[in-house]
Write a protein that binds this ligand. Structure first.
Ligand SMILES: [Zn+2]
Length: 124
């Protein structure tokens, strides 16, 4: 059974219309169309939205450790090891969340048929 909820399908990396086809042909590389239902994926462009949300989310979760580790009573070598470990966690978390955020934003854009803002001219 497949869900047609754009957000849930985006979490799974699946097409928001059918819930079956994969959104990505490779890491962050979108398919041009859904391999299952043929939905055109080129109509949406998430631009840097996923990176923005993932960057802020991961930063909010990990920033306290960037302050706590230097102030901790650990030996300097242990502090350096903790910072390196934290950098690996930040990188891994960001890499893991980027396709998820991109899938959600893409499915929401396609679902709501969003596009670039168009403003009417009032000169005539
Ligand atoms: Zn589909």
């Amino acid at each position: 059974m497949s869900s047609t909820t754009p957000i849930l399908n985006g979490l799974r990396g699946r097409c928001g219309a059918c819930g079956q086809g994969r959104l990505f042909s490779a890491y962050l590389k979108l398919n041009e169309a859904c391999p299952h239902c043929g939905r055109d994926m080129r109509a949406a462009d998430t631009a840097d939205g996923p990176a923005f949300f993932v960057g802020f989310g991961v930063l909010i979760l990990t920033a306290p450790f960037l302050f706590l580790i230097p102030m901790s009573p650990l030996a300097p070598l242990m502090k350096a090891a903790a910072i390196v470990f934290l950098a690996l966690v930040i990188t891994g978390l960001s890499m893991w969340l980027l396709p998820v955020a991109k899938g959600i934003l893409l499915n929401l854009q396609l679902h709501h048929r969003s596009g670039e803002a168009e403003f009417e001219r009032k000169d005539g």
